[in-house]
Design a protein around this ligand. Structure first.
Ligand code: SF4
Length: 207
């Protein structure tokens, strides 16, 4: 049975899960592929101290390309491979997410929705205002290493949620408004921008 690994890189483990030692361990277990997801502080109590720094995100960008070129397993980075898929794939462009309550969210990480599968047929989801807002805003910018409307361009998520009237789908105790999420993500996005834009430019010049 072919299998892979899925891992979340954050401030305390990025250098380890991107290391040759970790990759060798996964190869020795028989993994054929691997997913990397950067930590996102979704939920009002999610610690900001775990967010990977711009240097760590750059490190992972370089490492996934090295691992793909040099090692016998295929790895993907859900953020740093945005250039291969023209940015964000959510909001019905390539997929959307249905949570355990049946809420139709544009992405597993974007926990705001206008509708539930119990209200309307599945195909109707593609016409709902949040999905349309995604369609109208993609791609979120020309730097494909900053594809996310929440983490990298949080002002776009605020606009889409407010335009569509979407509500938080988190449990009542951990629900956070899109403005609260913006306050957390904006400083992170501002710090990443100059680093990611420079990387994007140098990768475009190489290809
Ligand atoms: S919304 Fe963000 S996390 Fe979700 S697919 Fe788009 S870029 Fe990725």
């Amino acid at each position: 049975m072919p299998f892979g690994f899925s891992t979340c890189y954050h401030a305390n483990n990025t250098e380890y899960v991107g290391s040759d030692e970790f990759i060798q361990l996964m190869i020795s277990k028989g993994a054929l592929f691997g997913w990397y997801f950067t930590y996102i502080p979704v939920g009002k109590d999610a610690p900001l101290s775990l967010v990977a720094s711009p240097a760590q995100r750059s490190y992972m960008l370089k490492r996934v390309r090295e691992i793909r070129a040099q090692r016998p397993l295929f790895v993907l980075d859900f953020w740093n491979d945005g250039n291969y898929v023209d940015g964000c794939i959510a909001g019905g462009r390539r997929y959307f997410h249905i949570n355990a309550h049946g809420d139709r969210e544009p992405c597993a990480f974007i926990q705001y929705a206008c509708e539930n599968i119990h209200d309307k047929p599945l195909l109707e989801a593609l016409k709902n205002p949040m999905i349309k807002a995604y369609h109208d805003h993609q791609p979120c910018n020309t730097d494909m290493f900053r594809p996310c409307p929440m983490f990298d361009n949080p002002e776009i998520l605020v606009e889409m949620v407010n335009q569509s009237g979407a509500k938080s789908t988190q449990e009542p105790l951990s629900a956070e408004s899109v403005e609260q999420l913006y306050q957390k993500c904006k400083p992170i996005a501002d710090k990443l921008k100059p680093v990611a834009d420079k990387l994007c430019q140098s990768y475009q010049e190489e290809s």
